[in-house]
Design a protein around this ligand. Structure first.
Ligand SMILES: Cc1cc2nc3c(=O)[nH]c(=O)nc-3n(C[C@H](O)[C@H](O)[C@H](O)COP(=O)(O)O)c2cc1C
Length: 323
């Protein structure tokens, strides 16, 4: 078991779950461009148990995604355990529990970061889920924040409780729930968590460049890192990080190589969702892909209205041909 956990957490680059972005197509693109470990967007355990057909599609994966984790959110230990039994049919390598989501809709149900205010409930969830995983090699990870607010930073004690209850690894995004995404994440808490626990720790928060990734490892001594918003509009950052960690060299792709990746991303969504849905669904990604180019506001405006695949792609290609 320890070998499996090590293979997931030994200086690996994890793709962060980003609801609305890291769907099956984008996970594949990120995997091809340097992500070692992929996690699904959060999926409701209640949804899996009570409305399986609708919710389970979020967990779709293919062979190229492995090692692959499915993230669940919920607040009822028995339902979380039942959801685990159901999603095992998707053959994940690990199941991740969301105890960090700050969004009202999730908090209201006592799930996500609300669980950091309710350690007894959180403990019961981990114990029930671990129990449901008995006898199989699927690992359990938990994603947490620093705590609820600045007066209640409890990630170290909470982490110890999770470790005792049976989680195999913890990912820490060191912001409080009330901070949401503002300010800087406090990496010293990752260091403290690592120092106090024996299970692997995945450090997350504000990795935007290869240098940030190296700093995260050296400042916190974490076992692996997780990258989220930094890859929006540039999934190739993952490979840049990987190369930099290996060779201390920044290797950047040419604009035309980057365009090829965008094209592959688009085609992958078309394959999964059909052309017209893909054009609409890709708009948020396109707005990231086109950021920072001179005159890109006009092009974004066009892309947001157009349903013509050829015209959309040629507008993006024009930006990416200005080397
Ligand atoms: C749009 C968006 C969606 C997110 N969805 C999830 C999610 O489904 N599950 C989760 O645990 N965290 C989610 N997060 C949090 C990220 O996984 C990550 O912890 C956070 O963005 C900090 O890392 P970063 O600075 O590298 O982005 C989301 C964040 C954003 C911005």
């Amino acid at each position: 078991m320890q070998t499996i956990v090590k293979s997931l957490t030994d200086r690996k680059i994890w793709l962060a779950p980003l609801a609305g972005f890291t769907d099956k197509a984008f996970r594949k693109i990120c995997k091809q461009n340097g992500a070692d470990i992929i996690v699904s967007e959060m999926v409701s355990a209640d949804g899996i148990v009570f409305d399986k057909n609708r919710s389970i599609s979020y967990t779709d994966s293919d062979e190229s995604h492995h090692p692959f984790g499915i993230q669940l959110f919920g607040s009822e230990p028995k339902i979380m355990a039942k959801a685990v039994e159901t999603i095992l049919e998707k053959k994940p390598d690990f199941i991740d529990v969301n105890m960090g989501c700050p969004v009202k809709k999730v908090i209201k149900r006592g799930a996500g970061s609300a669980l950091m205010k309710n350690p007894e409930k959180a403990e019961a969830i981990i114990r029930e889920m671990k129990n449901a995983l008995q006898g199989c090699e699927v690992q359990l990870s938990t994603k947490i924040r620093s705590g609820w607010d600045m007066q209640n930073i409890n990630c170290v004690d909470f982490g110890k409780m999770l470790q005792n209850a049976g989680t195999d690894m913890i990912c820490l995004h060191p912001r409080t729930r009330t901070q949401m995404f503002s300010g800087r994440s406090d990496w010293s808490l990752i260091k403290e968590l690592k120092h106090n626990l024996t299970i692997p720790i995945i450090g997350n928060g504000d990795i935007r460049t290869p240098e940030d990734a190296r700093e995260m490892f050296s400042q916190t001594n974490c076992d692996s890192i997780m990258v989220g918003r930094g890859i929006l509009g540039k999934p190739w950052l993952l490979n840049e990080i990987k190369n930099y960690l290996l060779n201390a060299e920044i290797q950047t792709l040419s604009l035309s190589e980057k365009y090829e990746i965008i094209l592959q991303h688009f085609e992958e969504v078309v394959k999964n969702r059909g052309e017209q849905t893909a054009i609409r669904e890709m708009r948020t990604h396109f707005s990231y892909y086109t950021k920072g180019f001179k005159g890109s506001a006009k092009i974004r405006d066009f892309i947001n209205k157009s349903l013509d695949k050829k015209a959309v792609l040629s507008a993006i290609r024009e930006l990416y041909s200005k080397e």
